[in-house]
Design a protein around this ligand. Structure first.
Ligand SMILES: C[S@@+](CC[C@H](N)C(=O)[O-])C[C@H]1O[C@@H](n2cnc3c(N)ncnc32)[C@H](O)[C@@H]1O
Length: 278
């Protein structure tokens, strides 16, 4: 295994989109855990669905952030646990938070995993791969590093996520200011890729509530999820007092007793790498 990943080299080589995403998450690392209640709940649900860790020697958490998921797994696992993330700031925070765990922290990219072929028994990932250029790229990498019969368990976000914010922006200027999320049908199609002998998908809608529209935007910033990727950048940033007032007015129309809602459409996927004899 190399610790300097291909992805980091490609970031250095000018991949501005990935660099922006990495910088955004690095900046948010210190505030991430305090704002990551939804992310915790999603990771806990993924943990509850995992196959047994018996026989697992090496596991990797891709897009591990501050290390919650990999540290929970490491508590029940004597083999090698790797926490991998594209954002060095997140990994620094993870190292600090889980200093007592024997976890190897690696800077790397989900679409260019710096791990040897067939060297991993379990790949997990929670709410990270929606930041990838393509889900196919991540699945190909997971298939490459997993040994035959190994498991991949991940969560990602689908269309419908941040719908309220998207619709509110549409009413302000008709432009897209919110990242696009994969349609469920496309997710299912992509999972039918060769190399896997089986898969299962569970879809769930989760919602968070915030006291004000400004809190809604601040909550995304706090966890580093406010970076707008290229496809959504056409309308410019989330700035301008008048534009914000218009946005807030629309968000207010959807207020519920517990606050302004934000919707997340979460896919939880479990897959098994094809055995050699299949
Ligand atoms: C919303 S956070 C989730 C963190 C953690 N898995 C959790 O559940 O709390 C997304 C994480 O994915 C990482 N990430 C984004 N794009 C990535 C990529 N291409 N490769 C690896 N990590 C990536 C970010 O740096 C960030 O730490």
């Amino acid at each position: 295994m190399t610790t300097m990943s291909a992805c980091r080299r490609s970031v250095a080589g000018g991949d501005r989109r990935r660099q922006r995403i990495a910088n955004g998450f690095s900046r948010a690392a210190a505030s991430y855990d305090a704002g990551a209640q939804l992310q915790r709940a999603v990771a806990d649900d993924l943990l509850a669905r995992l196959p047994t860790l018996e026989g697992v020697q090496t596991l990797v958490d891709v897009g591990c952030g501050t290390g919650y998921l990999v540290s929970r797994l490491a508590e029940h696992h004597d083999g090698l646990s790797i926490g991998l993330d594209i954002a060095p700031g997140m990994l620094d925070e993870a190292r600090r938070r889980h200093a007592g765990h024997a976890i190897q922290w690696v800077t790397g990219c989900a679409e260019a995993l710096p791990l040897a072929d067939g060297s991993v028994d379990l790949v997990v990932s929670s709410l990270a791969v929606q930041w990838c250029d393509s889900l196919e790229g991540f699945l190909n990498q997971a298939a490459r590093v997993l040994r035959p019969g190994g498991w991949l368990a991940f969560t990602t976000l689908c269309e419908g996520t941040l719908e309220e914010l998207h619709r509110a922006w549409q009413q302000v200027d008709g432009e897209r200011h919110v990242n696009e999320f994969m349609a469920e049908a496309r997710l299912i199609d992509t999972l039918k890729t060769p190399g896997w002998q089986w898969y299962e998908v569970a879809m769930a809608t989760r919602r968070t509530h915030h006291a004000t529209p400004a809190d809604t935007l601040r909550a995304l910033k706090r966890i580093g999820a406010n970076t707008i990727t290229a496809s959504a950048a056409a309308g410019g940033g989330l700035s301008g007092r008048r534009r914000f007032a218009q946005l807030a007015q629309t968000l207010e129309t959807w207020r519920e007793p517990t606050g302004i809602p934000t919707r997340y459409r979460v896919a939880t996927v479990l897959m098994q790498r094809r055995h050699l004899q299949d």
